[in-house]
Design a protein around this ligand. Structure first.
Ligand SMILES: NC(=O)c1ccc[n+]([C@@H]2O[C@H](COP(=O)([O-])OP(=O)(O)OC[C@H]3O[C@@H](n4cnc5c(N)ncnc54)[C@H](OP(=O)(O)O)[C@@H]3O)[C@@H](O)[C@H]2O)c1
Length: 293
């Protein structure tokens, strides 16, 4: 076993989830100051301490398993949505001032339920990274928006060179991101196509149907786009990420659980609360669940 590095007892920042995005964030943050990386297990933490390639550079993180956690002032959660509750318990055990998720889907309620009185919230990020065997490859710089109250985290990200800021209307920003995920991810996974293929026949009708069904519900929740702008934004994102293979597609192909519950599942609950019917979303939810096996 590789011993834990000489590391501070308490870190200014910890990242729970040593996957594609977590390691991508951690590698850049560690160039500026101490950052703790929390892996799922002690064994995985030891592997990481021995070194992992991130963006072509060897990175030896201060990695810990849940059995030997350091203290941390702030925690970023970057596990897949289905692992949020466990990751939140790990985050809480580090005695933080606040816990913020940058996950896809809506996971803020799960996070807050675990964190209780400790401030917890959900931001969004369009940073991209993917796992290529044991390596992590960044797949594009984006922007990270954090809820008010997480100024310290925004400042650490900025100092590490990330485009990051506090977004006063984080609810609206999250709804825009949810709309993109609702429209693009399930169709990419079901038809096993790259994002760009969704804007052309035969997939385009389904893409538009998902947007049109989602729009009234999301609008009532605070989506800052009219119906035409919602369609346009989804098409623009699908084209801008045309060559990308959506994470839900990658999960289906790898036989992993997808984030459909935190994306379409959460939306279907929202639609029910608004008395709205969303048959195309129900259909894609069932199909993706079937693909998950
Ligand atoms: N990748 C991107 O480009 C991107 C962009 C925007 C948003 N996101 C979102 O960011 C989140 C993370 O995505 P990702 O692509 O980085 O996923 P990922 O590569 O699957 O990484 C998640 C990591 O979390 C670990 N994990 C799971 N449960 C844990 C726990 N309780 N404690 C500590 N670690 C735990 C997993 O360990 P195991 O490997 O052992 O399961 C895995 O290493 C997702 O919500 C995703 O939608 C990703």
């Amino acid at each position: 076993m590789t011993p834990n590095p000489v590391s501070p007892a308490r870190y200014p920042l910890a990242i729970v989830g040593a996957g594609a995005l977590g390691l991508n964030f951690a590698a850049r943050l560690a160039a500026l100051g101490p950052v703790a990386v929390i892996a799922r297990s002690a064994a995985r933490a030891a592997e990481l301490r021995a070194g992992v390639e991130v963006g072509g550079v060897r990175f030896r993180p201060d990695a810990f398993g849940p059995d030997a956690l350091p203290g941390a002032d702030w925690v970023i959660v970057l596990v897949k949505a289905g692992d949020t509750a466990e990751a939140a318990r790990t985050a809480l055990a580090m005695g933080p001032c606040g816990v913020v998720s940058l996950q896809n889907g809506l996971t803020g309620d799960v996070l807050r339920a675990v964190c209780g009185d400790v401030p917890a919230g959900q931001g969004i990020t369009t940073e991209g990274a993917f796992r290529d065997g044991l390596r992590v490859q960044p797949s594009g710089a984006g922007e990270t928006l954090l809820p008010p109250g997480f100024e310290a985290v925004a400042s650490m990200l900025q100092r590490a060179g990330f485009k990051a800021r506090i977004e006063p209307d984080i609810v609206a920003a999250r709804l825009v991101k949810l709309l993109m995920n609702l429209a693009i991810n399930p169709l990419a996974a079901i038809f096993r196509v790259t994002n760009g293929a969704l804007v052309a026949p035969p997939h385009r009708r389904l893409l538009d149907a998902l947007v049109d069904e989602a729009w009234p519900v999301l609008r009532a929740e605070g989506l800052p786009l009219d119906a035409a702008a919602a369609r346009e934004r989804v098409v623009a994102v699908a084209l801008a990420t045309g060559a990308n293979r959506a994470s839900m597609l990658q999960d289906v192909e790898a036989g992993r659980r997808t984030e459909i519950d935190a994306i379409t599942g959460v939306f279907l609950d929202m639609a029910r609360r608004h008395g709205a019917d969303a048959p195309t979303h129900r259909a894609v939810f069932t199909l993706v669940k079937r693909l998950e096996g």
